[in-house]
Design a protein around this ligand. Structure first.
Ligand code: NAD
Ligand code: UGA
Length: 475
């Protein structure tokens, strides 16, 4: 395959990765046609909606790119077979959740969506097709994909079908909330493979906007493992700083000062040292669990236990926050109203998957609290589903909607609240007028700031008790 010969690209999976990444590809490669396909018809209609507010994903800057590219060289479609058959290159960008039953349940990746996509590609592709793993996958998944693709029929109804494949790994490192910038200016692009021509074909697409020296080429297994390792290292830093936050609270040290002091060491670096209510998001937990599973599968129990501790610490951080709230509110939340600020797993996204808000809210509801919740981008339906719907939470639903009010403003959250818990660091929460809020709350009033982002001086002046993560109760 000659560099520059890719004319049509298909991406299977129109989610948080498939949508934004193909939009940025299309924006930078005008002579290639990108079609993003999905089995979810509603999602595809949302991607095609004229009202950009209805795009299925909120990501700063995404709507402008969609406006520039959609209908020109970027298409969203449910015609999966057609798009596969026309494509020179196919990205597999489907979800890879944790298995919920069977062998490896609770830890191993469920590869049913990847396998289904690979089988369809094996059936429908024509000519030479480069198949690219974009989803995050267990090491050695390319072997499974190859075995499905390479065993595809080349003679059907006595007709010879011209069909050949090459498999590459090209994991995605974007973070939600900064996806567009991450895709436009990545620290690196990683391409793993064993066929130099295919690697060059994919590399040449990226070279339309990314410097060549940022494109790292490795073997397939290094590429697959590097993605899991990168997420594990990032999550490990968060658990490390969160462990220190608890230590700060009992000793009088201040986590912001500690973060700053260690982060100025150039060997440590300052990024990913913000303590908080534990990492959320669809990937850190699942990818580490997958790493834990793979390590023990290969008999590396010590390595497996080492990484599992990152998750245990994260779960503990969320639990201890709810305990602290309960303790400070005289040991019971019955007949109390708690305001929750922020429900997405981080600022600048509407994604709530594995959000720390879910666990903390469930703990508070369990204690009998009534919750009023405000998030600037998460819908009432999503909040209710996450807290009450069994199929979404995979948890027995014990809470009725009567205990949960989804609000439209910070003020509404504060009315008669005994406490406000800040869980997501949306920028607008940094400028709250605590004087106004204090007047709306029941006394004694509390603010629990799990992100260290409120103006605590103003909050104290407004006669509100303040607890800050990694600092403790302010006096
Ligand atoms: P997602 O759930 O938002 O999207 C996946 C999409 O794939 C869904 O819309 C689903 O309907 C579709 N799909 C599943 N099976 C299909 C099939 N057989 N045919 C067509 N469509 C199918 O998931 P996501 O967040 O975009 O993540 C996708 C992958 O990328 C995962 O492996 C994830 O670990 C990885 N990843 C995610 C992020 C992130 O920020 N979300 C970042 C880097 C890597
Ligand atoms: C993360 C990685 O950063 C991406 O590189 C990766 O591609 C992606 O996972 C993935 O594989 O899905 P994402 O989960 O979108 O991206 O967001 P992050 O910015 O990493 O935040 C994850 C969680 O950690 C959030 O809950 C965030 O609030 C928390 N966090 C992050 C902290 O508590 N402290 C920090 O210093 C940084």
């Amino acid at each position: 395959m000659l560099t520059g010969s890719i004319k049509k690209v298909c991406c299977i999976g129109a989610g948080y990765v498939g949508g934004p990444s193909m939009a940025v590809f299309a924006d930078n490669c005008k002579n290639i046609q990108f079609t993003v396909v999905d089995i979810n018809k509603d999602r595809i209609s949302a991607w095609n909606d004229d009202d950009f507010k209805k795009l299925p994903i909120f990501e700063p800057g995404l709507d402008q790119i969609i406006a520039r590219t959609r209908g020109k060289n970027l298409f969203f479609s449910t015609e999966i077979k057609k798009s596969i058959s026309e494509a020179d290159m196919i990205f597999l960008s489907v979800n890879t959740p944790i298995k919920i039953s069977g062998l490896g349940a609770g830890k191993a990746s469920d590869l049913k969506f990847i396998e289904a996509s690979a089988r369809l590609v094996a059936e429908e592709a024509r000519g030479f097709t480069i198949v690219v793993e974009k989803s995050t996958l267990p090491v050695k998944t390319a072997e499974t994909i190859k075995s499905i693709l390479f065993s595809s029929q080349t003679i059907k109804n006595d007709i010879q079908i011209d069909r050949k494949f090459s498999v590459l790994s090209n994991p995605e490192f974007l973070a939600e909330g900064t996806a567009i910038n991450d895709l436009e200016n990545p620290d690196r692009v990683l391409i793993g493979g064993d066929d130099d021509d295919s690697i060059e074909a994919l590399s040449s697409i990226y070279e339309n906007w990314i410097q060549k020296d940022k494109i790292i080429k490795t073997n397939l297994w290094s590429s697959e493992l590097s993605k899991l390792a990168a997420n594990a290292f990032l999550a490990q830093r968060i658990s490390s700083i969160n462990s220190m936050s608890a230590f700060c609270e009992v000793t009088g040290a201040n986590i912001n000062e500690v973060s700053n002091a260690i982060g100025t060491d150039s060997r440590i670096g300052s990024k990913f040292l913000s303590s908080g209510p534990g990492f959320g998001g669809s990937c850190f937990k699942k990818d580490i669990l997958n790493l834990v599973y793979l390590c023990s599968f290969y008999g590396l129990d010590e390595v497996s236990n080492y990484w599992e501790q990152v998750i245990l610490l994260n779960d503990w951080q969320q639990k201890r926050i709810s305990h602290l709230i309960i303790q400070n509110l005289f040991g019971t939340l019955a007949e109390k109203k708690i305001g929750i600020l922020g429900f997405s797993f981080k600022a600048n996204t509407n994604d709530t998957r594995q959000s720390p808000a879910i666990k903390i809210c469930k703990d508070l509801l369990e204690e009998g609290a009534e919750l009023s919740i405000y998030d600037p981008k998460v819908s009432m339906e999503t909040i209710n589903l996450e807290l009450t719907n069994t199929s979404i939470s995979q948890d027995e639903s014990k809470f009725s909607n009567e205990k949960i009010t989804v609000c439209e403003s910070i003020d509404e959250v504060a009315v008669n609240a005994d406490a406000i818990v800040l869980i997501t660091d949306w920028p607008l929460f940094k400028n709250i007028n605590w004087d106004t809020i204090s007047k709306l709350m029941r006394k004694p009033s509390w603010v629990f700031d799990t992100r260290n982002c409120i103006d605590d001086v103003q909050c104290l002046k407004a006669n509100i008790n303040v607890w800050k993560l990694g600092v403790g109760i302010l006096r």
